[in-house]
Structure formats: structure tokens, C-alpha cells
Design a protein around this ligand. Structure first.
Ligand code: 3HC
Ligand code: NAD
Length: 306
């Protein structure tokens, strides 16, 4: 379905569904989610912790929108500019969390992968957001049930797990817990489809579908590298040319963020200490301690410094 048809169909079909969305966290994922929601016709407010990060998120969105516009409207510069300005017209960005959530249909949390930090955030907004507002987490690996337990709206809580880069990756995992109501689930599915994503449903299990399979693979690749069995470059070439993956596992870990990858593995290790797939990995711990988070910090397994 074309972009325009999607926006029109959404406007006709979701008049009482999701219209206003607040995205909390404007990093790799939050900026992408806010961008695609706005370009799909939703009214979006993006929340960051300070002005500098608000500006950084806006600059990243602008850059990514330029790439999408070029692809969608090829040589038509007028249409490209129209698409960019219409999208930006639907997008606000702020540091004022409580004001942002006072009038919204959906909150999508995309902040650091840490239960306590997520709990602090949801506890803060639960009493401020309207009764009907649905809360969703973009967590990669944490239990949605446990995140939701801090709120009084567990029936209006679910998981919306997007993939990086959000403007390009077509999948959305929609997670319903045992408490997620049918109405909430339906609204989350409609929202995902309204964003042009292919939605699959998964129970609230660690890593859902993709990360339960992908993260142990990334961890094994780091262990292979750590043992010195092959160089980083050769591991990546092997999986691109031998298994047809668009990126090798170490490139992908850098792309996802080594801090996020480490947080996922260590969170699972704490919960399932007997599972050897989730054992801590010294190399990963060391890189993160040194501030080498991958592409976003300019260095990880590879250097991205210009
Ligand atoms: C851990 C989490 O919980 C879950 C996850 O997210 S796991 C990670 C999932 N993601 C992946 O596995 C990504 C794997 N990598 C890929 O699919 C590809 O390498 C990639 C799409 C990132 C880049 O593709 P590649 O061909 O190498 O580079 P590039 O030519 O720059 O980009 C391909 C297209 O995507 C577009 N693109 C890439 N990044 C973009 C962005 N951030 N915004 C907008 N467009 C983008 C480019 O403009 C380009 O468009 P074109 O086809 O019109 O030229
Ligand atoms: N990186 C990925 O490939 C990927 C993919 C899918 C899901 N996720 C999940 O999405 C979430 C975010 O990951 P990311 O890669 O975007 O991280 P990131 O580090 O790029 O961005 C997180 C952003 O959240 C902001 N933030 C932190 N606390 C905040 C608060 N209280 N209010 C507002 N903003 C706050 C930070 O300033 C930062 O800019 C994590 O739960 C992660 O597991 C990540």
C-alpha cells in the first residue's frame, strides 16, 4: 500500500483509536519510531532528558527523513520537501515529560534497557496520563509484565518491539501479556499496521521471537572472536557471504549498541544463571566500560570516527 493510501486508510479506520503518540527516549530507536509514526500521519511528541539531546534527536530525524524522501520521491524535489515538512509538522520534541503525556492516546517508551530506570519512568507518568492512554515498551529483552507491574493500568499495557533502523525494518513484534486487554491489543496492532509495519504477535517471553534467536547468535560471535578463532572482519565476512546476512554479527552488535547488547545478556544472565548462552562476556564488558558502544559512540568492534 502506498504511503498516502496508508495515511488515508488510517484516518478513516482509527477515528477512535490511536491518534496522538508520545515517544520517550530519542536515541537510536525512539527517534526512528517518532519519525515513522509522524510520517504515517500520527501526531507525535518526542521526549528527551535535555535540550541538547532533543536537538540531536531532531537532527537525526531530519537526516533519516531526507534518505526516506529521496527513496520515495526519487527525482521530485518538491515532493521530497513536502513529505519532510509535513512529517516535521506532525512532530514536536520536548524535555517536559509530564506535559507531554497529559494528552496522548499512546506512550511508547524507548529509554535505556534497565528495569529500574523503566519503572521510575512509568511510575512517574501513570498518574499523569489520561485513563484511556495505552503504555507500551520497546524493550528488547525485559518482561513487559514486570515493567507494567509498577502501573495501575496493566490491561492497557503491552510491548511494541521495533527494529533498527526503524524506517527500513518492516517488522513489529506486538506483545500481549496475560493482562493486556483485547481492546489494547487491537489498538496496538492497528497502530503498527498504520505505521506500515508487518505485525507479528508474541507472548511475553524473554526476547520475544527475534531477540531470543538473534542475541545468543551475537553472543556466540563475540565469544568466537574472544577466543581468537577468527578476526572480527572474517567472522563478519563469513556470516554475510556464507549465511546471506546483510551485516555480520559484530557489525550488527556495533549497530544495535554494545551497551544495549550487554544489558540484554546480563539481564538474562541474572534471571537464568544456569543458561550458558547468557554467560557474561569479558570483551563486551570491557568495550562498554571503555565507552565503546559501537556506531553511536564512534567505536566498538570497529571504528566509525570520520
Ligand atoms: C536488539 C533489538 O531489540 C532488535 C533489533 O533491532 S536487532 C537489529 C535488526 N536490524 C538488522 O538486523 C539490520 C541488518 N542490516 C541491514 O538490514 C542493512 O545493513 C541496513 C538496512 C541497516 C543498511 O543497508 P545497506 O544496504 O548496508 O546500507 P545503505 O545502502 O546505507 O542502506 C540501504 C537503504 O536503507 C536506507 N537506510 C539505511 N538506514 C536508514 C535510516 N536510518 N533511515 C532511513 N533510511 C535508511 C538507505 O537510505 C538505503 O536506501 P536505498 O536502498 O534507497 O539506497
Ligand atoms: N538499539 C537497538 O537496536 C534496539 C532495537 C529494538 C529495541 N531496543 C530497545 O529500545 C530501548 C532504547 O534503545 P536505544 O538503542 O534507542 O538506546 P539509546 O541509548 O540509543 O537511546 C536511549 C535514549 O533514551 C534517553 N532517555 C533515558 N532516560 C530517559 C528518560 N527518563 N526520559 C527521556 N529520555 C530518556 C537517553 O537520553 C537516550 O538518548 C531499549 O530498551 C532497547 O533495548 C533497542
Amino acid at each position: 500500500m502506498s504511503h498516502l493510501m496508508r495515511v488515508i486508510t488510517r484516518k478513516m479506520s482509527t477515528s477512535r483509536g490511536i491518534e496522538k503518540v508520545v515517544v520517550i527516549g530519542g536515541g537510536l530507536m525512539g527517534a526512528g519510531i517518532a519519525q515513522v509514526a509522524a510520517s504515517s500521519g500520527f501526531r507525535v511528541t518526542l521526549v528527551e532528558i535535555n535540550e541538547q539531546l532533543v536537538e540531536k534527536a531532531k537532527a537525526n530525524i531530519q537526516k533519516s527523513l531526507g534518505r526516506v524522501a529521496k527513496k520515495q520521491f526519487k527525482d521530485d524535489e518538491g515532493a521530497q520537501n513536502g513529505f519532510i515538512s509535513t512529517t516535521l509538522g506532525r512532530l514536536d520534541a520536548t524535555c517536559n515529560l509530564t506535559d507531554a503525556v497529559r494528552d496522548t492516546d499512546l506512550v511508547i517508551e524507548a529509554i535505556v534497557e534497565n528495569m529500574k530506570v523503566k519503572h521510575d519512568l512509568f511510575a512517574k507518568i501513570d498518574s499523569v496520563a489520561p485513563q484511556h492512554t495505552i503504555f507500551a515498551s520497546n524493550t528488547s529483552s525485559l518482561s513487559i509484565t514486570e515493567i507494567a507491574s509498577i502501573t495501575k493500568r496493566t490491561d492497557r499495557f503491552g510491548g511494541l518491539h521495533f527494529f533498527n533502523p526503524v524506517p527500513v525494518m518492516k517488522l513489529l513484534e506486538v506483545i500481549r501479556t496475560e493482562s493486556t486487554s483485547d481492546d489494547t491489543y487491537k489498538k496496538m496492532m492497528d497502530f503498527g499496521q498504520g505505521m506500515g509495519k508487518v505485525c507479528i504477535t508474541c507472548k511475553d517471553t524473554p526476547g520475544f521471537v527475534v531477540n531470543r534467536l538473534l542475541v545468543p547468535y551475537l553472543a556466540e560471535a563475540v565469544r568466537l572472536y574472544e577466543r581468537g578463532d577468527a578476526s572480527a572482519k572474517d567472522i563478519d565476512i563469513a556470516m554475510k557471504l556464507g549465511a546471506g546476512y546483510p551485516m555480520g554479527p559484530l557489525e550488527l552488535a556495533d549497530y544495535v549498541g554494545l551497551d544495549t547488547t550487554r544489558n540484554i545478556i546480563s539481564g538474562w544472565h541474572e534471571k537464568f544463571p544456569e543458561n550458558p548462552l547468557f554467560r557474561p562476556i569479558e570483551t563486551l564488558d570491557k568495550l562498554v566500560q571503555e565507552g565503546k558502544m559501537g556506531v553511536k559512540s564512534g567505536e566498538g568492534f570497529y571504528s566509525y570516527k570520520k
